[in-house]
Design a protein around this ligand. Sequence first.
Ligand SMILES: Cc1cc2nc3c(=O)[nH]c(=O)nc-3n(C[C@H](O)[C@H](O)[C@H](O)COP(=O)(O)OP(=O)(O)OC[C@H]3O[C@@H](n4cnc5c(N)ncnc54)[C@H](O)[C@@H]3O)c2cc1C
Length: 409
Amino acid sequence: MAVAVPRLEERAPSQCDLVVVGGGIVGLAVARELSARHPGASLCLLEREPALARHQTGHSSGVVHAGIYYRPGSLKARLCVEGARELYAYCEGRGIPFERSGKLIVATDEAELPRLDELERRGRANDVPGLRRVGADEIGEIEPHARGIAALHSPATGVADFGDVAEAFARDLESAGAAIVTGCGVTATRAGRGQIELRHAQGATSASYAVFCAGPWSDRLAVAAGAPAEPRIVPFRGGYLRLRPERSHLVRANIYAVSDPDLPFLGAHLTRGLDGEVLLGPSALMVGARDAYRLSRVVPRDLAATLGWAGTWRLVARHWRYGLAELGRAASKRAFVRGLRRYVPELSARDVVAGPAGVRAQALGRDGTLVDDFVISETERALHVRNAPSPAATSSLTLAREIADRVPG
Ligand SMILES: Cc1cc2nc3c(=O)[nH]c(=O)nc-3n(C[C@H](O)[C@H](O)[C@H](O)COP(=O)(O)OP(=O)(O)OC[C@H]3O[C@@H](n4cnc5c(N)ncnc54)[C@H](O)[C@@H]3O)c2cc1C
């Protein structure tokens, strides 16, 4: 989904006080926060695509996460619980549709119980509202077609359309007098003499300070500006299947597998969106382009960056079994559905059709570690958001505050 904004500036200014690069939900939230804090300053947001929210923001599962998974004390844990609360309040105030539909994380065999225990421990440490352990009978009461031996129920989890939220942020920005310029990809930066100059598709803009929120491309300008080479962004495609409308009664809200706390991906899940449509997925497959919405898309520069990074090979050596299983699920609808039948036994391959896809910008360390937490790095007169994976859309309001706190006054 691409977001339309009532009035987009056609030309980038040659001079302004603050610049934000990237018109996804994070860049828009940061720009909105900065314009509220610095009402007298001129601010512009530069977006490469012809419309806003064309990448991760417009291709997510739309789940408002409650904060269960994240290591207590991490930025994600701190910003998600509060971020979800603020996002619901924002949607309510602005008339943006959302639903606190709840979620079950279901264990189907004894071997999964220690991981379910760990998720429960994390959820309680993070003060996730209303989180409860439920047994097999109660699983059936909450989700009549789901089966398991134990589950965590999170009533505070919900769904929203992050494209709608991004659009509302853009309208706030516009009301505050900020310029939003699309079709204006930033190609290079240079800092010095109390300014930062950004070279872009329309020439150049000089500013006192810049914040880069470039999602899948976030490492490129950061490293060029002198930030450390790691983490590097490696793209992981998330493909979905759609449940046929006549079978959508199989899922009331959100049914999730028990994820591996060592991996940042939450595993495939079944999610009923605001329109009543149920999506199954996403998969997590390393791909050859940072915008590989089609599996066959390869961008030589992106592929070279992935294959030339030592961390990629260390990751493959460590998680090749998981990678092969994901490849199987991406290649075969049957294999994908077989995995989810553990949670919803009535599900069959005949019930699904191909669905949308998104590409996650996953930061990868040189040692092969999939970086889990949000990462922000600093260069002269600039901040770079280097890793803003899920739940960054849920946490966009609180993450924006965290970033704005680091922008000199
Ligand atoms: C499949 C999938 C499912 C997800 N599910 C959820 C979920 O259920 N809940 C949740 O909270 N989060 C979810 N996420 C994560 C969430 O979507 C992201 O964390 C969030 O959208 C990140 O926003 P962003 O603004 O950082 O990135 P993006 O939305 O990717 O925006 C980055 C923007 O920067 C622009 N840009 C890049 N380079 C330049 C440049 N040089 N010059 C100008 N502009 C540039 C791009 O064009 C793009 O518009 C999911 C993500 C994916 C991919």
